[in-house]
Design a protein. Sequence first.
Length: 171
Amino acid sequence: MEKKLKQEINELNVLIDKGVEFSVTYKVMERKLFKTITKNVSKTFTIKEPTLAVLDLISSESVLFAIDEEKLKSDTISEGKKLIIKHAKAMAKIVAIAVLGESCFVMKNNRFSIDKKSIDKLQHLFYHAIKPSDLFKLCNVILTVGNIGDFLNSMRLSSGAVTTKKIDIED
């Protein structure tokens, strides 16, 4: 059992280090002479482990989601539709932030500012290209490579809240 756990931890670390690639396909219209041609374009993106600033930006978007589980259980379809209307663009924005990573920020006047144009452009693409089944997978990827577990463990270490085993030292 311990060997399997170590293997899973190693695989998770490789995933976090390399990131995860995914592709989206969308239609592009081009005008050539007097004809309009529509073609499918596929683009590949990578989600890598975020910096603390990116993790903070993703978290600030996701904490705004309010889901009433009781309403969702009692009227799943209707409540689900309301949540789609309310949060679909925000979900696309979270994916855009995760993909852009530190490129979400630009230096202005010796301070980092959020590059809203880049985020909005990618959010718009993802809003139109990502399916709910793909969104679910991408959210799992973002959660995994976000490495929140290590962040929380770092907080515990810093706060002194870590419990350690008693070590017997012989003279």
